[in-house]
Write a protein that binds this ligand. Sequence first.
Ligand code: SF4
Length: 65
Amino acid sequence: MRVLVEYEKCCGAGQCVVVAPKVFDQRDDGIVMLLDETPSPEQYSAVREAVSICPGAALQLEESE
Ligand code: SF4
């Protein structure tokens, strides 16, 4: 799994950080920071949830298998 971020779509709501704090953080101005572009399998469900609830539709996934 690879996480893709369209930073210009991020509205800084922070939901991704709440559900997947090992993968996402926020900059001082609220815009998302990607901590781990290729998360480990135990993070997959949290990352998928973050993608589905992101209000800006700023997050996308590339699934490897
Ligand atoms: S949930 Fe989406 S809009 Fe909110 S901080 Fe994360 S990437 Fe940005």
